[in-house]
Design a protein around this ligand. Structure first.
Ligand code: MN
Length: 722
């Protein structure tokens, strides 16, 4: 076990300004809290957090990370609380400990490829701070080193699988090659001991067959040749890991026969120029194997890895793989992101072109600009996958959803039928409202009922396209059916009054087309929704019954309402999808919908359709009458030349010139005030309602943003209710 002063010395070796007192306190506190607890090995439990801290000193981590390592199991496994940690060690360490604790609660169960990728994303999304992930990886590394003490082979295998599928790839992704290889190798031994054993045997055989001597001779030759070119180089023979040999054998269906299958040579030179120089020497001396040259210096891998790779037929006709790199590149390859701040102020570490990962690029950016290691690590937030949340089904399957998703979105993501029949949801065992936004790691259980159907209200809070589409489709179907039943009843009634029987055969498609309906269903829907008069249908069937004094036809009714609709806006029809042609239409005065808003239509008896924004508070009063809701939307990309009125609720300071500034800022941004009403006037503030002519919702948003940037204007919002 590392002693207290030894740990301090290890940190001081790379960070002379470390907070010695803080580390000492964390050491003593963790030791005290874990007390007499023991590990499966029989060792005192405290040896584990201490070893984890030791691993982190190898990665030259900052004081907060070391303290986090010492404390990482106290909240989960001892009587210590997060509040205790916060009080004793401050917010930052408490936040990190909390992060590691949360990560420890995720259990990976599925062996499916897709699930593994989701889990890796979940871990990254939950890490938030890269130090959480680094502590977690060190924690996992020590647990793997001591895995053989765990008696239950099933548990051993589960942990090994999780390590192979989740933690080793994450270590690779952030470029910590050294940890990745060790994690993989131990896990390999647990999951497939026979394969690892046979590879070990084969390796030993190749070594005994004189391999060792061959390697030394190759190193000697290479050193000589490169030395002759005037380059100072160190050369190492490096055995590939058993797991990587195994993977290669699986991938290419080959066995390994010769030294080159297991050995790689690494040439270490002082600078980038020497890398290319040494490469030139080797390519000049030995025939190259085509397709094997890779320049990861000018085009680094996405995890930041840089080196030159080539394969040649080298000394004594041995096919050899060669990596050429600087010590700096080597440290980066072994330690990944953690290596970067040891080179702060260095010359080459900032060269980061070509990285795919946004967060890594940001990371490098911070490396370049941060003054101190602490500052660098503190600023390193993992922003990857911040626009997604990852939630579990009760079976442990992981469902990835966009941020803001609710249990309804979750249910539809699992299965359409599950969504359609949802009546309630439990998150982490607690019943919650269906519009609750889910967070990372939530376990979601959906309660269903066969008689349940999608509610129009859901559409107001779901965020996934699938959920929206299913809900809308259902509402349309439901409306359609209701209209059809109503239409049929109305038609039957009028026929009965006039002494005829209802017979579906009379209403063939030709007849229906007179009323712009494709077939009987369409005709009935038209009657039910009030667009076609049932009596008009009867007169069309029996023209002799039409009273002479009432010459009005369906066409004339249509024409009249058409005229009414467009009398204000000129000839162009409203660019709105989903309206029933000919229906009168007006915009609600509560919310003043604009092009670009999400909108909904409400059928008002005798008044046609009123259009509201989807978040208008007035809509709540129609919650119980879903049949009146119309599924409508603005035509996309339709640039209406017309102006629309947007209504703002504004609070301004009661100071000289405030009102002037207000109208200036609106005018400057292309808005035209058409109505302004002071609603409330106090000594300090004026509340007012302003109607502005704008092009669309984006235009109004721009104006709102500009107003918010004006000092005298204390609040601006769009009107959402009366
Ligand atoms: Mn642990």
């Amino acid at each position: 076990m590392i002693r207290q002063y030894e740990l301090i010395d290890l940190i001081k070796a790379y960070d002379p300004d470390m907070d010695e007192d803080l580390v000492n306190r964390a050491y003593v506190y963790a030791m005290k809290m874990h007390g007499a607890q023991t590990r499966a090995s029989g060792d005192p439990y405290f040896s584990h957090p201490l070893e984890v801290a030791g691993i982190l000193t190898e990665m030259k981590m900052d004081t907060a990370s070391i303290c986090t390592a010492l404390l990482h199991d106290t909240v989960e496994d001892t009587s210590a609380t997060l509040e205790d940690i916060k009080r004793l060690f401050g917010d930052e360490i408490a936040r990190l400990v909390d992060g590691v604790t949360k990560l420890s609660k995720i259990e990976f169960q599925s062996a499916q490829e897709k699930q593994a990728e989701n889990f890796r994303k979940l871990v990254l999304a939950m890490s938030e701070d890269i130090r959480v992930l680094l502590v977690k990886l060190a924690d996992r590394l020590h647990n793997m080193r001591t895995l053989h003490h765990i008696a239950n082979p099933e548990k051993q295998k589960r942990i090994a699988l999780e390590t192979t599928e989740i933690y080793a790839p994450l270590a690779e992704r952030i470029g910590i090659h050294k940890i990745k290889e060790e994690l993989e190798d131990i896990a390999f031994g647990v999951m497939n001991p026979e394969a690892r054993e046979s590879i070990t045997t084969r390796l030993n055989y190749l070594r005994a067959e004189g391999g060792e001597a061959v390697v030394q001779r190759i190193i000697g030759t290479l050193k000589e040749k490169i030395g002759e070119a005037g380059i100072k180089a160190e050369i190492f023979g490096r055995e590939k890991t058993r797991y990587s040999i195994w993977k290669k054998m699986q991938r290419k269906n080959i066995s390994f026969e010769q030294l080159s299958d297991i050995m790689a040579f690494r040439i270490m030179v002082p600078g980038v120029q020497e890398c290319y120089h040494a490469l030139g020497v080797i390519h000049g001396l030995y025939p190259t194997v085509p397709g094997r040259f890779k320049d990861y210096i000018s085009l680094p891998k996405s995890n930041g890895y840089r080196s030159l790779h080539t394969t040649v037929i080298g000394p004594e006709n041995h096919r050899i793989e060669v990596q050429i790199r600087t010590p700096e590149m080597h440290e980066e390859a072994e330690l990944g992101v953690a290596a970067h701040w040891t080179y702060k102020g260095g010359t080459q570490a900032g060269k980061t072109d070509g990285h795919q990962y946004r967060w890594l690029r940001e990371l490098m950016d911070i490396v370049e600009h941060a003054q101190k290691p602490e500052e660098f690590l503190e600023n390193t937030k993992l922003e990857l996958y911040q626009d997604q949340v990852f939630c579990f089904t009760p079976n442990g399957d992981l469902i990835a959803l966009p941020r803001g998703a609710t249990p309804i979105d979750f249910a539809y993501a699992v299965h359409s039928t599950l969504g359609d029949t949802t009546v309630g949801a439990k998150v982490n065992g607690r019943i919650i409202p269906l519009n609750t936004q889910l967070v990372n790691g939530d376990q979601v259980e959906i309660a269903t009922s066969k008689s349940q159907t999608p509610s129009p209200n859901w559409e107001r809070f779901v965020v996934t396209g699938k959920a929206k589409a299913r809900i809308r489709r259902f509402i349309r179907m439901q409306q359609h059916e209701e209209y059809m039943n109503l239409g049929k009843a109305m038609l039957q009634k009028v026929l009965k009054q006039e002494g005829f029987d209802y017979n579906e055969k009379i209403f063939n498609n030709d007849f229906c087309r007179k009323f712009n309906a494709d077939n009987l269903d369409g005709l009935l829907v038209g009657i039910g929704s009030g667009h076609i008069g049932s009596r008009e249908v009867f007169y069309a069937l029996h023209p002799e019954h039409r009273p002479k004094e009432a010459p009005q036809t369906i066409q004339s009714i249509m024409a009249a309402s058409e005229k009414k609709t467009h009398q204000k806006g000129g000839a162009s029809p409203m660019p709105i999808k989903g309206l029933i042609p000919g229906m009168a239409l007006h915009f609600a005065r509560c919310c003043h919908p604009l092009p670009g808003d999400r909108i909904v239509g409400i059928v008002m008896t005798g008044k046609g359709v009123t259009i509201h924004t989807i978040d208008c508070e007035t809509l709540e009063s129609f919650a119980d009458t879903p049949e009146r809701w119309l599924d409508i939307a603005w035509e996309e990309g339709e640039d209406s030349p017309e102006s629309h009125i947007g209504r703002l609720i504004v609070t301004i300071a009661n100071t000289p010139g405030a009102l002037g500034n207000l109208s200036t800022v609106i005018g400057k941004n292309g808005g035209n005030i058409t109505n302004l009403k002071i609603v409330n006037r106090s000594l300090d503030f004026w509340d007012m309602m302003i109607d502005v002519y704008v092009r669309d919702s984006r235009h109004l948003s721009d104006i709102i943003a500009a107003m918010r940037a004006t000092p005298e204007i204390t609040a601006v919002n769009r009107a959402r209710s009366r």
